[in-house]
Design a protein around this ligand. Structure first.
Ligand code: NAG
Ligand code: NAG
Ligand code: NAG
Ligand code: NAG
Ligand code: NAG
Ligand code: NAG
Ligand code: NAG
Ligand code: NAG
Ligand code: ZN
Length: 453
């Protein structure tokens, strides 16, 4: 009980720390290395990233959102919404009503983004705060008529160094100050597609380069005096799995390509039938045992992928490692987009800074939980979202949380104390009750005495 009281008390005290640390506006840099599969961390060496984690926190698996593609997941991280609710439901989309097309190369029409409000916009609605972006899907688009105050047009040819230099310059020199910033890098996604995650030799080289970039990032922040006060989150949008020429699903073998339009191909195909949905569905349903075929209204609820006009009438979901093609050979040795319950699709999350514990490891959170956590760190009121702030409390120094091992410890401790107390009480009772028969006898004797007398 005492242990419990002490723990509760220390929790309260940490919960009510003074506001001295809040005198400077909190700042947050959100970094994404595209396609950084969670278990790369276990299977390869990352000396710089491990140092970062040693002084910060690690979430080993982040359960991301379906479909596990780049644009949809990056937008979920910064809005806390499932894809059906933020409207970026794929890297390639078609809107039947407006007849507009979206692709990762043609993404600048705010129409696609305006169903949600990303955190960089909300941050700028606060007085005296600006946001900056060294790329991140959507940051070069005027979403609700607002871009970050400082941003770059997307271009994969801008080096990591230039992105890092410019974002740190903005973090230091701007007025009103930049309090939220993003940094995006295309690897290890590009190499994961090219070689496949099972190509250990090439992935070793690529992941070493990523670790060196993290080393550069930390070094730069230290040199600039940003390291102690800046909160840094390093995460990713999705993982990667191995594909094979032996695992192809060829739609042309099952259905005439003139009966439907293909909005998105693999591993989740978005099918827009031209005339008869039932007919197209019936043909696709029996096409391959290695993919699930859903009418829009039957898409499993756990995907949270149904209630949006941009989700097509039929979707095909390939099994892990299978590739949907149109009478073509295998396009990539690695891919993602599959079922978000597959651990190969999950990224990780690491963080460092005054808002985060030091040396703490956590099993899992959802990618939609990142948004309410970031809002909390920045002191922003989160917009309605699908995340749960409680899931991230154990990561944050200003929150009181009991994780499972601690809870089990407390329960066992309390049980031990209770058992001991009960034992003591029983012994005491026994001791007290031992003399009783004698006293009764004595009393009886006393009582009897007058009778005898
Ligand atoms: C909190 O901040 C206010 C204004 O900056 C200051 O007057 C007050 O003393 C601070 N309180 C604590 C506990 O630091
Ligand atoms: C915003 O910044 C300006 C100039 O730096 C300052 O005068 C003003 O008080 C600030 N407003 C708030 C609400 O902090
Ligand atoms: C980065 O900053 C430099 C110096 O201000 C500028 O010349 C360059 O265009 C910036 N790079 C990008 C991609 O915006
Ligand atoms: C981005 O590109 C547009 C059009 O190409 C241009 O007008 C704008 O100045 C660019 N913005 C930045 C920040 O480079
Ligand atoms: C598939 O492609 C081959 C040539 O690459 C062609 O001969 C064949 O007719 C095509 N099949 C279908 C169903 O389109
Ligand atoms: C449909 O298949 C024919 C050959 O069977 C091909 O010429 C045509 O390009 C295909 N159309 C699409 C949209 O793939
Ligand atoms: C669509 O196809 C199904 C199955 O082939 C058929 O039963 C149905 O009558 C068709 N509907 C229309 C509107 O053509
Ligand atoms: C996700 O959040 C949005 C905004 O609050 C809400 O409209 C939607 O119903 C939520 N989705 C689920 C599955 O709860
Ligand atoms: Zn990718």
């Amino acid at each position: 009980m005492k242990l419990l009281v002490i723990l509760l008390f220390s929790g309260l005290i940490t919960g009510c720390r003074g506001n001295s640390s809040h005198s400077l506006p909190p700042k947050l840099l959100l970094v994404s290395f595209d396609g950084f599969r969670a278990d790369y961390l276990q299977n390869y060496e990352f000396p710089h990233l491990q140092n970062f984690i040693k002084e910060g926190i690690l979430v080993e698996h982040v359960k991301n959102v379906f479909i596990t593609k780049t644009f949809p997941n990056h937008y979920s991280i910064v809005t806390g919404l499932y894809e059906e609710s933020h409207g970026i439901v794929a890297n390639s989309m078609y809107d039947v009503i407006t007849k507009k097309h979206f692709s990762d190369l043609d993404d600048k029409d705010p129409f696609w983004w305006n169903e949600a409000v990303p955190i960089w916009v909300t941050n700028q609605l606060q007085e005296n705060r600006s946001s900056a972006a060294a790329m991140w899907p959507g940051t070069d688009v005027p979403i609700h008529n607002t871009t970050p105050s400082y941003f770059m047009n997307y271009s994969s040819s801008v080096s990591f160094e230039e992105r890092l230099n410019n974002i740190t310059t903005w973090l230091i020199n701007s007025n009103p100050p930049v309090t939220f910033a993003t940094l995006y890098w295309e690897e290890p996604d590009a190499s994961g597609h090219k070689y496949g995650p099972e190509d250990k030799e090439n992935m070793y080289r690529v992941l070493k380069e990523i670790d060196d970039l993290i080393g550069e990032l930390v070094h730069k922040l230290k040199v600039l005096g940003l390291w102690e006060n800046l909160n840094v989150i390093i995460t990713s949008d999705h993982g990667m799995t191995q594909c094979s020429k032996d695992r192809l699903i060829n739609l042309d073998r099952c259905i005439d390509n003139s009966s439907y339009a293909l909005i998105d191909l693999t591993p989740v195909a978005a099918v827009l039938p031209k005339i008869n949905t039932t007919e197209v569905y019936n043909k696709l349903k029996v096409c391959s045992p290695h993919m699930n075929v859903y009418l829009k209204e039957d898409i499993p609820a756990r995907f949270h992928y149904q209630h949006n006009n941009r989700i097509q009438p039929i979707i095909l979901v390939a099994d892990e490692g299978w590739t949907i093609v149109l009478n073509k050979s295998l396009p990539k040795l690695g891919d993602h987009g599959y079922d978000n319950s597959l651990s190969s699709m999950h990224p990780f999350l690491a963080a460092h800074g005054p808002a985060f514990h030091k040396g703490y490891k956590h099993n899992t959170i959802n990618s939609v939980d990142i948004y309410p956590m970031m809002c909390h760190i920045l002191g922003l009121k989160p917009r309605p979202n699908n995340g749960t702030f409680g899931h991230t409390k154990c990561l944050l120094v200003d929150q009181w949380c009991i994780n499972l091992p601690e809870a089990v410890g407390i329960v066992i401790g309390a049980l031990l104390v209770l058992t001991t107390l009960t034992g003591l009480i029983i012994i005491m009772q026994n001791r007290l009750s031992v003399p009783r028969p004698f006293s009764r006898l004595q009393l009886q004797e006393d009582d009897d005495d007058p009778l005898i007398e």
